[in-house]
Design a protein around this ligand. Structure first.
Ligand SMILES: [Zn+2]
Length: 139
């Protein structure tokens, strides 16, 4: 897509630090890292988010994520890796080209903000109601 920054990265019009590529996916270092080793995996074919991406590209990204996560763990001796993926402006997706974040945490480094939240018991009636609504909408 013409004005998409990630499409420009794939085409080589914008430089990046590439860590992996195959026929469907491209992975590179995030230049605004949440933590050392923050890597992005994107489909080569432009798709805005989970609602648009074809299943084959989605599968290819997640298969590649294992390969890259293994590499990150080996290279950085991580204590864990968060896989984070945002869909839509309502959850602060900034670049509108599907991307999966791999965000490692290393020994002694601060807690990742997106992996730490307070557990609060929900209202079971509401959870059941919403779960049934979603289940009936899943095709
Ligand atoms: Zn794009």
């Amino acid at each position: 897509m013409k004005d998409c920054i990630f499409c420009k990265i794939i085409q080589g019009d914008i430089p990046c630090i590439k860590v992996y590529e195959n026929d469907r996916v491209f992975a590179f270092m995030d230049i605004n890292p949440v933590a050392d080793g923050h890597t992005l995996i994107i489909p080569k074919a432009h798709a805005e988010n989970i609602f648009e991406i074809p299943a084959d590209d989605l599968a290819a990204i997640h298969v590649a994520s294992k390969r890259i996560a293994d590499g990150i763990r080996k290279a950085l001796n991580t204590t864990g890796i968060a896989c984070l993926q945002l869909n839509g402006k309502g959850v602060n997706q900034i670049v509108m080209h599907y991307h999966l974040h791999l965000i490692p945490r290393r020994p002694g480094s601060p807690e990742l903000p997106m992996t730490k939240w307070e557990l609060v018991s929900g209202n079971m009636t509401r959870i059941k109601e919403i779960g049934e609504k979603i289940a009936s909408a899943v095709k």
